[in-house]
Ligand binder design. Structure first.
Ligand SMILES: Nc1[nH]c(=O)nc2c1ncn2[C@H]1C[C@H](O)[C@@H](COP(=O)(O)OP(=O)(O)OP(=O)(O)O)O1
Length: 161
């Protein structure tokens, strides 16, 4: 049986740039990524997204300004876990990004996204994000540095059937 765990992943954007954070510890350490983490038991996904963004880079966003733009599912060879990552984007937010014990935030121009220091899958689905397309991706990893197989598709809507 596969254990499904839900995570959030939030990207703040403006016309020229996207905010990424360098993970300072734990899962994905030393990689640039959006902000997010595990949804706690009984917590709503949007509440978790708001909470993690605040905890990790001190930025505030209102739930209704978070747009669910993608769903990524990760499995790992030999492990009975599926990471079910709900991806959000926001263009309305408040605050100045601050370094925390978990993340070092930095704005990146859209043509300078540091894919070589990000999860391998990111360069496969970022084109959808950057073109404001909705997407679903499934990636099966061996360890954390090799993708054995994947599928990715554009969606018309994020509604779950
Ligand atoms: N292959 C991958 N590509 C990607 O772009 N983001 C990924 C990814 N695998 C996981 N993520 C994201 C999902 C989530 O935002 C984050 C992982 O969350 P964490 O493990 O840091 O959760 P928590 O902050 O709840 O952890 P702790 O509080 O340290 O237990 O990384």
């Amino acid at each position: 049986m596969i254990l499904n765990k839900v995570y959030t992943l939030v990207f703040l954007r403006n016309e020229q740039q996207i905010l990424l954070g360098l993970k300072k510890r734990g899962f994905g350490v030393n990689k640039w990524n959006g902000f997010g983490g595990k949804v706690e038991p009984k917590e709503e996904i949007l509440d978790a997204a708001v909470r993690e963004l605040k905890e990790e880079c001190c930025m505030s966003v209102r739930k209704h300004n978070l747009k669910n733009i993608g769903n990524l599912q990760f499995t790992f060879e030999g492990e009975a876990l599926m990471m079910d990552v709900r991806v959000f984007s926001a263009t309305s937010f408040v605050g100045d990004p601050e370094e925390t014990e978990e993340m070092l935030p930095k704005w990146f121009d859209y043509d300078k996204i540091p894919f070589e220091d990000m999860w391998l899958d990111d360069k496969l689905w970022f084109p959808y994000l950057l073109k404001d397309k909705l997407f679903y991706g499934r990636f099966h990893y061996q360890g954390y540095d090799k993708i054995l197989n994947y599928t990715i598709q554009e969606l018309n809507s994020m509604e779950r059937k």
